[in-house]
Design a protein around this ligand. Structure first.
Ligand code: PBG
Length: 337
């Protein structure tokens, strides 16, 4: 193929020359890496970490092959392994002994103990705490509900403020409210500042779709709703403008990092938010995304190259960091490349 290039000349006229176009020149070994536009490193990744108050030894999670629910003690060891792989952060999820209508067991327990223990033994690791009620409520919803099953915003925000403060006291670096409760970011920010935890960052799940890709996670932490679903507070997968509005609101309320979730079926949203706002974006490549690839790789239908290609696609779309169940595997693979 040939293309006409327009070259400027000394006059206002242009001179047209015909040269063969050879984009493949830049794909040769050596040059290929020089012109690479997106990079993927262990430092971009965040690893999920599950802790369960009911256990005395770690228990494998059936719906997430390769993952365990940890005790506080084994979570600390896992945290050290994660940092050893150059992964800078974990996001902690807890399973309490007791659940009730208001999720009161979220106020003190295994997550606070884990944060404290990791901060003591592995201080360089950044700890993010998923901050929500669904693992702690008997009904599985992400907030306190009324008789009709509708989330009551004010008491839920009050609860989230208290949980976030307890995580901050335990030494958390980043609070990640995940319930899509209106006003949650502002409420938590003002409470943390009032309690002098102004150094603690906020990474809200600003754009969280009502997705079928969370099922393996809900199995893992036993957070299925006993009635109804989360469509009254999580976003409609059909909406994109609404994502921009959600991000704007969370930034106005004091968000430091914006989280978008899931990742793969919503790469357009990651791209759009990155183009619209100049703020750090975290993409959560969720449990269902892991399950799909894991199954295909374990069956030999795909190789683990698919992991790197997928993570790269999320970064290319605009994510600065990725929460991924492949974090450790990817970090190991990247180190040996
Ligand atoms: C809510 C929360 C969920 C996930 C992370 N935080 C589940 C939900 O909305 O039901 C899902 C993560 C995943 O699927 O990997 N606390």
């Amino acid at each position: 193929m040939t293309t006409s290039y327009a070259l400027p000349t000394s006059s206002l006229n242009v001179r047209l020359i015909n040269v063969p176009v050879r984009p493949a020149r830049l794909r040769q070994k050596g040059i290929r890496t020089l012109v690479r536009e997106t990079s993927l490193q262990a430092q971009d990744l965040i690893c999920p970490l599950f802790v369960d108050e009911n256990l005395r030894t770690p228990a494998p999670i059936r719906s997430l092959p390769g993952f365990c629910r940890h005790t506080v003690e084994t979570a600390v060891r896992e945290a050290a392994d994660i940092l050893e792989l150059d992964i800078p952060a974990v996001i902690v999820f807890g399973m309490p002994r007791d659940k009730d209508e208001t999720g009161s067991s979220a106020l003190s327990g295994v997550v606070q103990d884990t944060i404290c223990a990791i901060k003591t033994s592995v201080p360089e690791l950044t700890i993010i705490a998923d901050t929500c009620l669904c693992e702690y409520t008997s009904h599985g919803h992400c907030g306190i509900i009324d008789e009709a099953g509708v989330i009551r915003t004010e008491p839920t925000l009050d609860m989230l403020q208290r949980i976030a403060t307890s995580y901050a006291r335990a030494g958390v670096d980043i609070v990640a409210p995940s319930g899509m409760i209106d006003g949650m970011v502002g409420a938590i920010r003002s409470k943390l500042d009032e309690e002098r935890f102004d150094a603690v960052s906020l990474m809200p799940y600003a754009v969280k779709y009502c997705s079928s890709f969370y099922d393996p996670f809900r199995d893992a932490v036993d957070s299925k709703c006993t009635f109804g679903d989360r469509s009254a507070y999580q976003m409609d997968p059909a909406n994109s403008n609404e994502a921009v509005r959600e991000v704007r609101l969370d930034l106005e309320e004091g968000a430091d990092i914006i989280m978008i979730k899931p990742a793969l079926p919503y790469l357009d949203i990651i791209y759009r938010v990155k183009q619209t706002f100049d703020v750090p974006i975290a993409a959560y490549s969720v449990s269902g995304e892991y399950a799909m690839l894991r199954a295909a790789i374990d069956k030999g239908q795909l190789t683990d190259e698919a992991i790197f290609e997928t993570l790269l696609s999320i970064k290319r779309a605009g994510a600065d960091m990725i929460i991924s169940y492949f974090a450790k595997e990817a970090a190991r693979g990247l180190a040996s490349r």
